[in-house]
Design a protein around this ligand. Structure first.
Ligand SMILES: Cc1cc2nc3c(=O)[nH]c(=O)nc-3n(C[C@H](O)[C@H](O)[C@H](O)COP(=O)(O)OP(=O)(O)OC[C@H]3O[C@@H](n4cnc5c(N)ncnc54)[C@H](O)[C@@H]3O)c2cc1C
Length: 538
């Protein structure tokens, strides 16, 4: 056995494993990349994480970097949940919901708890976390918080293990508290001192990033703009959320739940023409929908090839024999009467758009909720040589440019000889488009990078944000020079250095690199993680 693993096993309560089957199982995530770790640690206590970090820190001081990659269920689509060093696995043992304060609706839990488990537990109290509805039910909270800046909406507090093994609990510090923290002779004190100085030295540059508006930019460490407020208060949470395990490892969290309607109504509308669906979105935008999902007709076609045909879709086939697009809406309100009124309004708004509409007043007892899985059939083709790898996930394009963008996307797909059917969440202006590729062929392997580069440019030229739902990870880290100016690259490098001076935490992720190194990590066949084989929600 590997000497390091043996040493760690004697000091950890959890298990450190080096057998090839385990290492192989953790060599891939939801991305097109692969990287085999030296070992996998199934941690059981926060102290286990601290010991691993402390050990890696001491090793790095002697010149040997053992990368530490925190990992939930490995659904990450950018190669941020793989690493060549030690993988810290959370779902196996650190998956406890400790307590729920029903009065304040606060829940304290470990990072290995999945979104589905947490929502089910909260539902028992009539509460939930609305933002998490768009996350995969198999994703862990550690993964979601580390991947997504939107998590700030419901994070009350996070506890993290720092690169040297120390613990830090995030909280909003007043100006006075910050001064006190900066005076502490610890790594935590050093982080506050250095980060505050960095923010002060780069005030003008950072203010060019500051924006309260969505969509949030997840590239680099743009959240540095949200750490220090005008009144001098200081909070590290915005920087840690969305940092993809590159600044610290989340070991515990307290999240804020709220009352939610447990039986939302659901409406499915199928349109003959895609253009009608787009016009309907404009009209629906003003109504109070809980969620709105858009699926291009290609998803309906793929589903029917697997035998999933629906009468509604049959009647909505256009001259070319296909459905144009489908919209799935959920409507919630704690008052049944108000919900009913909203439903009526939606039906009225949809009337002029030549759509077949089905309505169910209670999603939980309706067969319509199965429609959320429509994307599954397109994303997992039944052909062992063909795959639908995620290239650029969760990009944002403003609704007013959507039509124009959609036409440009069709042209781009033609140029690369692929299909790029769109699905997404129009109200959040977040979109997904995956091509079907044969990754065993050199031509299609090259398309991974050519197509993602073109997609990024297309999104930008339509006033969009390429990384609106999650970060660049490992797959797109090399884009930093193309997307950022030199000063910003340097600022982000310094942010990383403040938290991780020895480069231990998730090396290669969110750090500028050479695209040729990323190309070497390309898989020759893409299989989505088992947890996402069936996309329950997206
Ligand atoms: C169809 C589809 C749609 C998706 N849509 C979205 C979307 O809209 N928004 C979005 O954000 N993601 C999206 N994803 C990606 C995926 O669902 C999320 O990344 C999810 O959060 C991953 O959870 P996980 O448990 O699998 O995390 P992992 O994939 O295991 O890890 C994700 C990242 O978090 C880090 N991490 C995990 N645990 C910790 C921890 N305890 N401390 C520090 N870092 C940690 C990892 O190092 C990695 O960088 C989508 C995926 C699919 C397949």
């Amino acid at each position: 056995m590997n000497k390091i693993a043996e040493y760690l096993n004697t000091h950890l309560v959890g298990e450190v494993v080096t057998n090839s089957a385990t290492r192989k199982a953790y060599a891939t995530d939801g991305s097109v990349l692969t990287l085999t770790p030296e070992m996998v640690a199934f941690v059981r206590r926060t102290n286990d994480i601290r010991k691993i970090a402390r050990f890696a820190w001491q090793l790095a001081e002697k010149g040997h970097v053992l990368g530490v990659t925190a990992r939930g269920n490995g659904n990450d689509t950018t190669g941020a949940a793989i690493g060549s060093g030690i993988i810290i696995n959370f779902p196996s043992h650190m998956n406890t919901i400790f307590e729920y304060d029903a009065k304040q609706k606060l829940v304290r839990l470990q990072p290995g708890v999945t979104v589905g488990t947490l929502q089910n537990a909260l539902n028992l109290y009539g509460t939930g976390i609305p933002r998490l509805r768009s996350a995969l039910s198999q994703a862990t909270l550690g993964g979601v918080v580390a991947n997504c800046r939107h998590a700030l909406e419901y994070i009350d507090q996070v506890e993290v293990v720092l690169a040297n093994g120390d613990i830090l609990q995030t909280q909003a510090l007043s100006k006075r508290e910050l001064t006190k923290k900066k005076g502490e002779q610890s790594f935590e004190g050093e982080i506050y001192r250095k980060l505050d100085a960095l923010i002060e030295d780069n005030e003008a540059l950072i203010s060019s990033l500051a924006s309260e508006d969505e969509p949030l930019d997840h590239f680099g460490f743009a959240a540095i703009a949200n750490v220090k407020q005008k009144n001098g208060s200081f909070d590290l949470t915005p920087l840690l959320a969305g940092s993809q395990g590159t600044l610290a490892v989340v070991s515990e969290m307290i999240l804020q739940a709220e009352y939610v309607d447990q039986a939302p109504a659901i409406v499915v509308a199928a349109f003959k023409e895609e253009a009608h669906a787009r016009d309907a979105i404009d009209a629906l935008e003003k109504l109070e929908l809980r969620d709105l999902t858009y699926l291009n007709g290609a998803y309906v076609e793929a589903a029917s090839a697997f035998g999933k045909t629906y009468e509604t879709f049959e009647t909505m086939k256009n001259d070319s024999g296909a459905v144009g697009a489908v919209l799935i809406m959920t409507i919630s309100d704690l008052s049944t009467h108000a919900k009913h009124k909203k439903l009526k309004k939606i039906q009225k708004v949809l009337k002029p758009f030549d759509a077949e509409i089905i309505v169910d007043e209670d999603e939980t007892v309706s067969d319509l909720d199965a429609m959320f899985s429509l994307a599954e059939w397109q994303l997992n083709p039944d052909d062992k040589d063909t795959a639908t790898p995620p290239l650029l996930e969760g990009f944002s394009v403003p609704l007013e440019r959507f039509e124009e963008f959609n036409s440009a996307l069709v042209a781009l797909a033609k140029k690369h000889h692929v299909d790029l059917p769109l699905y997404g969440r129009p109200l959040e202006e977040v979109w997904y488009a995956r091509p079907q590729l044969k990754l065993g062929t050199v031509g299609d392997k090259q398309k991974v990078f050519k197509l993602s580069n073109d997609l990024i440019q297309l999104v930008q030229s339509h006033a969009g944000v390429p990384f609106a739902a999650s970060g660049e990870g490992r797959l797109h880290a090399h884009q930093s020079k193309a997307l950022l100016d030199e000063q910003m690259v340097e600022l982000y490098r310094q942010v990383k250095e403040v938290f991780d001076p020895l480069g231990i935490l998730n090396p290669g992720v969110k750090q500028p690199g050479d695209v040729r190194d990323t190309v070497k990590l390309l898989r020759s066949e893409y299989v989505a993680p088992a947890a996402t084989d069936f996309v329950a929600r997206f």
